[in-house]
Design a protein around this ligand. Structure first.
Ligand code: IMP
Ligand code: MG
Length: 177
């Protein structure tokens, strides 16, 4: 058995739920009467995308994509698509759902790629945002919470694939802290 450190609670389950409620009502207001294609970015956003879409009143269709970006320094770099969308998004109103925006590189190049596919509209929704870490221009349309420069896990986010299933968001700390 692998012994893992227990992360210190940073954002409670209750606060997560309140925040998802708030984002969902913003989207419900903006998309009244419209269909939405939700693009869930694997793996980190599965928990957020699930909670969020349950609260949306529109006719929602879900698709999934797994990506990363390789850039050095402040260049966004190239997008590496590990798993692409199943369906075309041409002419659709799309919302990309992401767990966290850090340097902004992944979302910057992903938006460029998705815009080439000519959706009717494309918005970005991120549960967490670390604006102090930004290296490229990127602003999400819907943001749950802004956080300082801390490495967080839980509610889908991982450290070496661990901790994704924590119901709260935690910060990893040293044993002697
Ligand atoms: P970016 O390209 O630097 O904005 O990073 C995007 C991705 O890095 C996010 O979608 C996460 O998957 C991962 N990431 C960034 N910060 C954290 C963190 O604090 N915890 C877990 N994953 C993170
Ligand atoms: Mg991610």
């Amino acid at each position: 058995m692998v012994t893992m450190k227990r992360p210190k609670e940073f954002i409670s389950e209750e606060k997560i739920n309140e925040t998802v409620d708030r984002i969902a009502s913003e989207i419900n207001k903006d998309y009244e009467g419209k269909d939405i294609r939700v693009i869930c970015i694997l793996k980190g956003s599965i928990y957020f995308a699930t909670e969020l879409t349950k609260r949306l009143k529109s006719n929602v269709t879900l698709d999934f994509m797994q990506v990363s970006s390789y850039g050095n320094g402040t260049t966004p770099g190239d997008l590496v698509i590990k798993q692409d969308l199943d369906r075309d998004i041409k002419g659709l109103d799309c919302i990309v759902v992401e767990d966290i925006i850090d340097t902004g590189k992944t979302m910057h190049v992903l938006k460029e790629e998705l815009n080439k596919r000519e959706p009717n509209s494309l918005k970005v929704c991120a549960f967490l945002d670390k604006p102090s870490r930004r290296e490229v221009e990127l602003k999400a349309d819907y943001i749950g919470l802004e956080i300082p420069d801390e490495f967080v896990v839980g509610f889908g986010m991982d450290y070496a694939e661990h901790y994704r299933n924590l119901p709260y968001i935690g910060v990893l700390h040293n044993d002697n802290e």
